[in-house]
Design a protein around this ligand. Sequence first.
Ligand SMILES: Nc1ncnc2c1ncn2[C@@H]1O[C@H](COP(=O)(O)OP(=O)(O)O)[C@@H](O)[C@H]1O
Ligand SMILES: [Mg+2]
Length: 513
Amino acid sequence: MQTFGDFQLDTVNECVWQGSKRLSITPRPFAVLRYLVENPQRLVTHDELLEALWPETYVQPQILRTYVLELRKLLGDDPASPQYIATIPKRGYRFLASVKQDSINSDDEHLLIGRDTELALLHAQLDHARKAERPTLFLTGEAGIGKTAIIDTFCAQFCDGKSPVRIARGQSIEGFSGKETLYPVREALNGLCSAEDARARTVLTNAAPGWFGHGGSVAPSLGEICEALEALSQNEPLLIVFEDIHWADATTLDLIAALARRRARAKIMLLASFCPTDLDPKSPLRLLQLDLARGRRVEELHLGPLDRTAVSEYIRRKLHADNLPAGFDSLILQHSSGNPLFLGAMLDHLRSQHVLRSQGGEVVLNCPLAEIDVGVPEGLLGIIELQLDRLSAEDRRLLEAGSIAGTIFPVWAASAALQRTIDDTEEAYASLARCNRLLSVGGHDELPNGVRSTFYVFAHELYREVLYKNIPVSRRSKWHQNVADQLRTLFAGNEASVAHEIAAHTQASVSSR
Ligand SMILES: Nc1ncnc2c1ncn2[C@@H]1O[C@H](COP(=O)(O)OP(=O)(O)O)[C@@H](O)[C@H]1O
Ligand SMILES: [Mg+2]
């Protein structure tokens, strides 16, 4: 939902809310309002509006005047001194009010509450690295507890350049390129090379010409990677982060073991995160964890739930409120178990149900506290399903198509799954990401045929997981097949470079049948 002034635009129910009051509005004026709200503070011409909203139908331009008249009545806007919709004579309209994406998690990108002790511990480990003691730390905790958030904050603290620390960060991803050998390692080293860091580029190109030179795609040996990283850490400390190694391939785990066990002094801090509940007791990662713990080669930092003070602060920060109704924080803590992802989803849910709103620094409840828990599911997955249920059918389908390709996915893959043109799909995702916090832009890629394709990232891998799981199997199979076919077409003549992905999609297509 988007907020402007006292109003909220509800694109799912196609209506406008004023506080807890629902204002009805007919479809065409609603479409005009939605377009203006999504394109605020600029001239939107009559032609643009008509072309965007009714490209196939002839709509008389004069009719726009009637719609805008209706909207002004609805919003109580005075055309002589408008607050919301200004008429630009003979040309079109401009939406004047500032529009805020009414989402719980998209603001305050690096907001980190209640983790001072844990951050201090990370800094203490980095001090050991400065003394060349090469500490290794496992950061553990359930999905959504804040592993990525604390790593983001920790890394961001070195961006000011005051205490130079090189950061190499890679993530194991679940899904269809997930088990590619050394995927997170390559990502981390790539990050070092692409930064403006000539020394890192030289060292890594010499150590791994197969990856970074012109030598083809031969992976360096683990020893070569360790030596290169040690060479890079000679002056400034090197922080190596591997996230979500419960999804890592065996060779990445071997590299982590080697880095943790090597005796040579080096200013390296190795930080690896994972979710211990997903681990089989006999999994290679569990065995590695036990083995390193026995030899005292690793420390573990376990992230637990946020406590009541932190939950209270979290709610106040997210809802921009100074005060909360008595007992509200305890209720939210009890239902969310202090998991920040759950907390965010729950506040989103309560707000979308108009159970609460923030008003002048206060959180106002629209029903008694005792009735609030009605309908809020117990587990994290339950509340995520509820969030996804609120999507329109079109938006849900777009997200499902993305989930076929991964937590980070390119539009071309989704467009292949859906059998829609890339341009059309790009537009659909752009508009989805503008109004929906489940997705954000991750970057751009250029395909071998010269077409540029945007990458999107799910706000959390659990969204992808729930979406993916709920796609009917026959459709899932077909979509994987479509993506595999598209990979073959796009990379014709160079299929070897994407052989792993083609195989993974083909395999997923077969096993979904
Ligand atoms: N301590 C915190 N304070 C505020 N927000 C947090 C905190 N920890 C996590 N979050 C938010 O909760 C969500 C889930 O956190 P994330 O770091 O992605 O979890 P994990 O990596 O452990 O699965 C993210 O939107 C994140 O910004
Ligand atoms: Mg994470």
